[in-house]
Write a protein that binds this ligand. Structure first.
Ligand code: FES
Length: 113
């Protein structure tokens, strides 16, 4: 996937669902921010900043299972929907709204939080 360019439209086409392996992720860059776009086993798409809320581990390199990703560094489990750590761990990474139009993936960068 390519770097993003900002325009007046909040939704940005970032690629096709077919660019992302099932239970995997691909990264896109928005200025200084790296965003990991995840695909679940049942073809849902989520986008989180590629930074674990624990110690900034690369979530894009984690294991996707159900609606979560396990961080490759210390195994925190992060909700793909909210970016929040699950279980006893606390913290949250930014999440971005995603829309699928056919096989095309659009990210909303303005509503990311
Ligand atoms: S950096 Fe992700 S669990 Fe520690």
């Amino acid at each position: 996937m390519n770097a993003l360019t900002r325009d007046s439209n909040a939704w940005h086409l970032v690629g096709s669902i077919d660019d992302i392996p099932s239970q995997g992720a691909r990264c896109v860059e928005n200025g200084e921010t790296k965003i990991a776009v995840f695909r679940t086993a049942d073809d849902r798409i989520f986008a989180l900043e590629d930074k674990c809320p624990h110690k900034n581990g690369p979530l894009s390199q984690g294991i996707v299972h159900g609606g979560c990703v396990t961080c490759p560094l210390h195994n925190w489990v992060i909700s793909l929907e909210t970016g929040a750590a699950t279980g006893a761990d606390e913290g949250r990474t930014a999440s971005f709204p995603v829309r699928l139009d056919g096989r095309d993936i659009y990210l909303n960068l303005e509503q990311g939080a």
